[in-house]
Design a protein around this ligand. Structure first.
Ligand SMILES: *Cc1c(COP(=O)(O)O)cnc(C)c1O
Length: 396
């Protein structure tokens, strides 16, 4: 019997059945009016999820990585300087991409487990009197370490020194799950992918671009063809698409963004906080710690659990897959082996999360790690009993 276990990786995430079904469509002529009936609500839904009324949304057949490339190539020119902090695998890969595009990346090296250092970013911007820095890149939620960064703080830093650089935010593992406010935070380029908070299969790069980013687009000279915002814009204006769209995914996106908005973004963010907090209580009960250095940095979509001395996180991930048919995330880069990651975003409930925590405990016991069976589950149960949706309803 094929397993129906949910995955506990920080993307791709579990898909609600209705969303899966929405992606499964008969062939449709994307040059007909029927396409517009799918595409228009998808664009509008994403716009609202991003928290923008000023910006424009672009949807490419791609992934989050393609979203980075679209953001960069549409707004920057060869040799431009960008400022970025490196504190995990995803912030690292974004920097690497900029370098491959021959951008001059001013890197702020930051220990893994920390977030984007707002004070050092502000100092770098202050020192840049000639405004050579054209963009500041921030990974909102570093999926490798389970660390969230203070985007509003970075915006304040830019404003405090009156620096005109664009603010690019990788929200691939935060948008649609954790608080994200594109307009309020003055984000110029927001990047997401379909397979995380939007609960879809991989296959779409989802971008928001501010009026300022769109103005920069005219002067930008980095080559782009497939990813050209201008072609997208032109086609969208007439209800079309510049090439063949991934219609099924877009239909799924129209539905999943509607589901998020119907739940209410604040409620979605609160649900992710609650589920994450149960995981954190479990981790503490195991006597272990998250990789994130302090509570203000805790991600509500992924927890990287630092494994006990002499243990290997990858062993747990392998065992969980082979013995229990459950997926957790391995440690990446600098923290390979030192952590295992529990993804807790997308379509997830308290009850499903308890199953994931129970599985992690079985694996730890199997591997002889010094963790008491049931300890983490009990801590999470206690939290969910009193903070879950049911508890709130029962008290009302
Ligand atoms: C998953 C992820 C990416 C990469 O997205 P792909 O869809 O795999 O290309 C980029 N940044 C962050 C923070 C991610 O979590």
């Amino acid at each position: 019997m094929p397993s129906q276990n949910p995955v506990f990786i920080p993307g791709p995430t579990n898909m609600p059945d209705v969303v899966r079904k929405a992606c499964d469509m008969a062939t449709l002529d994307h040059r007909s009016a029927a396409f517009g009936r799918i595409f228009t609500p998808a664009l509008a839904g994403v716009k609202e999820v991003l928290g923008t009324t000023l910006g424009e949304v672009f949807l490419f057949p791609s992934t989050g990585t393609g979203g980075w490339e679209a953001g960069i190539s549409n707004t920057l020119s060869s040799g431009d300087t960008v400022l970025a902090a490196r504190f995990g695998m995803f912030s690292h890969r974004w920097i690497d991409m900029c370098q491959r595009h021959r951008l001059n990346v001013q890197v702020i090296e930051t220990p893994w487990g920390q977030g984007a250092p707002v004070d050092r970013i502000e100092a770098a911007l202050r020192a840049d009197r000639d405004h050579m820095i054209k963009a500041v890149l921030v990974t909102h939620n570093e999926t490798a370490t389970g660390v969230k960064s203070d985007i509003a703080g970075v915006r304040r830093a830019l404003d405090a020194v009156r620096h005109p650089a664009l603010l690019f935010v990788d929200g691939v593992s935060s948008i649609g799950s954790m608080e994200f406010r594109m307009d309020a935070w003055g984000v110029d380029i927001a990047v997401a992918g379909s397979q995380k908070g939007f609960m879809l299969p991989a296959g779409l790069a989802i971008l928001g671009a501010s009026p300022k980013a769109l103005a920069a687009m005219e002067a930008a000279t980095l080559p782009r063809t497939f990813f050209d915002f201008r072609d997208m814009r032109k086609a969208y204006a007439t209800g079309g698409y510049p090439y063949t769209p991934a219609v099924g995914l877009l239909n799924g996106l129209a539905l999943s963004s509607r589901m998020l908005l119907d739940e209410g973004m604040e409620t979605v963010w609160a649900r992710h906080y609650r589920i994450a907090e149960g995981v954190r209580r479990a981790v503490a009960a195991w006597g272990l710690k998250p990789c994130a250095a302090s509570p203000d940095l805790y991600s509500d979509t992924v927890t990287a659990v630092v494994v006990p001395e002499g243990c290997n996180g990858t062993d747990l991930v392998k065992l969980a897959a082979e013995k229990y048919d459950v997926a957790f995330g391995v440690g990446l880069g600098e923290v390979a082996g030192k952590v295992f990651r529990i993804g807790h975003l997308g379509s997830l409930t308290d009850v499903l999360m308890l199953a994931g925590l129970a599985t992690a405990e079985m694996c730890m016991a199997d591997l002889g790690w010094p963790v008491k069976l049931g300890s983490g589950v009990a801590a999470a149960q206690d939290y969910y009993r009193t903070h879950g949706l049911g508890a709130v309803k029962a008290a009302a």
